[in-house]
Design a binder for this molecule. Sequence first.
Ligand SMILES: Nc1ccn([C@@H]2O[C@H](COP(=O)(O)OP(=O)(O)OP(=O)(O)O)[C@@H](O)[C@H]2O)c(=O)n1
Ligand SMILES: C[C@](O)(CO)[C@H](O)COP(=O)(O)O
Length: 376
Amino acid sequence: MTISALVVAAGRGTRAGGDLPKQWQRIAGRSVLEHTLAAFRAAPRVDRIALVLHPDDMDRAEAFRREGIDVAPGGADRAASVRAGLALLPATGKVLIHDAARCCVSQAVIADVIAALDTCDAAAPGLPVTDALWRSEGAQVAGTQDRDNLVAAQTPQGFDLALIRDAHRQYDGPAADDVAVARAAGHPVAITRGDADNIKITTPGDFARAARLLEGRMDIRTGNGFDVHAFGPGDHVTLCGVRIPHDRGLVGHSDADVGMHTVTDAIYGALAMGDIGQHFPPTEPQWKGAASEIFLRHAATLASDAGFALTHVDCTLICETPKIGPHAPEMRRVMAGLLGLEESRVSVKATTSERLGFTGRGEGIACMATATLVKP
Ligand SMILES: Nc1ccn([C@@H]2O[C@H](COP(=O)(O)OP(=O)(O)OP(=O)(O)O)[C@@H](O)[C@H]2O)c(=O)n1
Ligand SMILES: C[C@](O)(CO)[C@H](O)COP(=O)(O)O
């Protein structure tokens, strides 16, 4: 059974305010829409994603298409946008129709809807109403509404594709949601477990609440690295990608860039994916004299493949000579370029060991580093 996610993001978010429609506003490090798409990318049984954008936003479509997401322009109301999105999907299978504005949707909510679709043709999450309900007249309470059997509707709302396509074809006018469209065509809809955190960003205060929820789920990792290379014959050392003339060189299988090796190990450490020796064994001749940027790029690629953003690197070189200070700005620039980071997120500093120990005796250079990775 093919399961498609259809994310509708063609509204203008007039109630939410701000300079941009709510789906483009950034919270917890990325746009509301990116958070929503990430939830469906991470959902184990979702095979494909389709996206509906406002016609004025179609200049943003190409970036999503490059990620394998089909995109169509939306309509004047939510139901029209859903119909435009359904046209992108296969003839058969199941579809989960979801508001871009519900960016805190959990894997459990998505999985429950999918599980229900194994045994029925229409299912959606709902949250039983727990507050007392009033009817109002102006600013006055005019009566109390019985809340028995009242359930707040959420998305993703899941359907057999042929069923919901047909129901939308028959339906005329605006609809509260796709459950209303399916029910109008006579189809029963099962209620799955909703989640109080599956909020729809609707008013300005909802952004802060959604940000708190998303930040609370972030995976933040810190890794450390430590490395030492001995001095040997030579006329320069390479540190953090910068060649520095010196009366000795550093001994190593690769270019012996102790700074870059240490930062590389810090990234592997944050990922809990071993160390540089495991990925590039010194017993393999192909790494003889290799430029250490190969190792650093490898670690950074592993991090992004695992869904992490590298947010900060701090590297401390420990030696009596050469003097690092004059070269530190260039080292930061080089490593920031390799890692795709702003220079303000890459720190390179140095210390002597007060003439104590092997670094104090000038026998080699040591380095320690930390790297911070964040998965939103
Ligand atoms: N013509 C429309 C209207 C709404 N939506 C989408 O439907 C979801 C739920 O709608 P709502 O929260 O009402 O969003 P907006 O219409 O953008 O908000 P507002 O009513 O405040 O303008 C949102 O993800 C919205 O982008 C859509 O795709 N096409
Ligand atoms: C579909 C929906 O999210 C269910 O709660 C909701 O109806 C859509 O938002 P709107 O504000 O009613 O347009």
